[in-house]
Each structure stands twice: as C-alpha cells, then as structure tokens.
Design a protein around this ligand. Structure first.
Ligand code: NAD
Length: 280
C-alpha cells in the first residue's frame, strides 16, 4: 500500500480562507498580540509567519518585542495591559522565555478568554471536562487534518506518542472527546512499537527524528506526524520514518507541509473564536 498524502498546506489554506470570510463579516478586526522576549532565531521565523498570516486573514495583528533582559514583573505588566485592552482578543506569549521568567506564571496571568494558545489551566481543564474553551493550536490542527482525510474517529484505536501539555495531552483529550479509544505512549512506555502497531490512528509528537519505524505502523493506519526535527545535514524530518511508513499507512502527513501550516491557521481560528465569544 502507498499512503495518501494529507496535504496540510492545502487544508490550512482552505481553513484560512474560511477564517478570512468570517473576519470580513465582523464589524471589527479581531485583535491578536504576540509578545516576544529576546530574539531566539527559531521563534523569530514563527512570529513573522504568524503576523503575516494574521494580517492576510484581516486580523489586527502586532508583535510586541521586549528585550532579552525583561523582568518577569515587566512582562506580567504587559500581559495585564493586554488583558484589559478591549481591542485585544488574543494574547500569545512566545515560548521559550528567558531563564529569569517563569513561563507557568506568565501563562496563568493571561485572561483565559484571550488565551489563544489554550495553555491556561482553565482552558486545559475545560478541554479535559468536555466544556467549550480555547484549545491548543497544534492538536486542534491535527483534528482538522483527520477530518480532511476522512478518517473515522468514533471507536477507532488512536495512539498518541508524547504527553506534553502543548501537544500530547490535549491531543489525547480531543481524540477522546471524538469517541476514539485513546492510548498515550511516552518515554517510559515498555513496548512502544507494539502499542503503535495497534493504532488505526497514530499521532507522533515526541520530538525524536524518525523514531517511528515502518514496521510500527499498522496496514492502512492514518499517521499524523507532529514532529519537526532539524538533522545535522540541515534536512527537516518528522518523528516518523516517512519513506518506510508510506509503504504501510493508508494516509500520512509529510514534514514539512503537514501539521506545521495547521498550527498557525488554528491560531487565527482561535483568535476569531475568542473575539466572537467575548464581544458577542
Ligand atoms: P516535548 O519535548 O515537550 O514532549 C515530547 C514527549 O515525547 C514527551 O512527553 C516524552 O515523554 C515523549 N518522548 C520523548 N522521547 C521519547 C522516546 N524516545 N520514546 C517515547 N516517547 C518519547 O515536545 P512537544 O513540545 O510536545 O513537541 C513534540 C514535537 O512536535 C517536537 O518535534 C516539536 O518540534 C513538534 N511540534 C510541532 C508543532 C507544529 O506546529 N507542527 C507544534 C508543536 C510541537
């Protein structure tokens, strides 16, 4: 079997077009503020891409750039000012933060109604308890990709590789909410290959280049590769050995061009959702 490629660029472009249409119908431009501390080069690319995509969708988007030596108190002041600003619907503090700042404290200071990353404990709790809230962008993007691939979720055996707060855990919660039978596997799991082999849906988010081998994949499975890993030779690869997996999976996302484009599209979607929920 040669797997169908799930084209994240095309799915993201369609989602961005739907978002732009929603924004055009609003009497205001939803406001997104990305706060960046220091100039970590990797996050610089993300921040520029976010800004560009947000502006293309018609959002009122801006980046607030703060110096590397910003104190935690100064950053919290910025966040509180954005919390209080009625024109701001979405606040995203770009991670990682410099060592003098406790990321957890900053994330918990963001108004949950404006928490477009969905990392606040209130939003994590809402997701875990099946209430409406803002959902982390990357796992939300994966759900859009599964829908676009036509993968049935109810009752399906889904395996999530990785248990981080930003990908693995919310991913498992979303799949569970969609009635999948969910297993979460991680660095202490005894038989990773065996667990993965049972998956009809496999979502890999471990951050380990090509760790998922072809024979870990069940024939016909849908494979979503969240990993983004830069090899020493400069190549970008996922957590799945794509060439081998493609010979067994039914559908698979490439890296790049799979999950990556969805994350930014879902950030825009969350900003419009937050604006509509808050402004009525
Ligand atoms: P993380 O390091 O916070 O978590 C990784 C998880 O994988 C952990 O729960 C760990 O238990 C598990 N893990 C690590 N090594 C393992 C191993 N050898 N065997 C089994 N489990 C293992 O990472 P994260 O923030 O969740 O990100 C995961 C990957 O997804 C990274 O490659 C990251 O770059 C990528 N990512 C991509 C996007 C996107 O937009 N496409 C967004 C976020 C993260």
């Amino acid at each position: 079997m040669t797997a169908r490629i799930i084209d994240g660029k095309a799915v993201a472009a369609a989602l961005r077009a739907r978002i732009a249409a929603r924004v055009a119908a609003l009497p205001y431009a939803p406001g997104l503020r990305v706060v960046r501390v220091g100039d970590d080069p990797a996050s610089g690319v993300y921040v520029r891409n976010k800004d560009r995509a947000a502006q293309q969708a018609g959002l009122d988007s801006a980046t607030i750039q703060l110096p590397e030596d910003t104190s935690e108190a100064a950053l919290l002041d910025v966040v509180r000012r954005l919390n209080a600003d009625p024109a701001v619907d979405g606040i995203l503090v770009q991670l990682p933060l410099p060592a003098q700042i406790r990321a957890a404290t900053v994330l918990e200071t963001i108004n949950p109604a404006k928490d477009v990353d969905g990392f606040h404990a209130v939003n994590a709790g809402r997701l875990a308890t099946g209430q409406k809230g803002l959902v982390p962008c990357t796992p939300k993007g994966v759900m859009h990709l599964l829908a676009a691939a036509g993968t049935p979720l109810a009752g399906a055996r889904a395996v999530v590789l990785g248990r981080s707060n930003i990908v693995g855990k919310p991913m498992a919660a979303l799949l569970l909410a969609a009635d999948a039978t969910v297993t979460v596997v991680h660095s202490r799991t005894l038989d990773l290959a065996g667990e993965c082999r049972r998956a009809q849906i496999l979502v890999a988010a471990a951050g380990r280049p090509e760790m998922v081998k072809g024979d870990w994949i069940a024939e016909g499975a849908t494979v979503i590769d969240v990993g983004i890993n830069r090899l020493p030779d400069g190549r970008l690869v996922g957590d799945v050995d794509f060439a081998a997996a493609r010979g067994r999976a039914g559908a698979i996302t490439p890296v790049p061009g799979g999950v990556g484009p969805m994350t930014i599209a879902c950030l825009l979607e969350n900003t419009v959702d937050a604006a509509e929920a808050r402004r009525g």
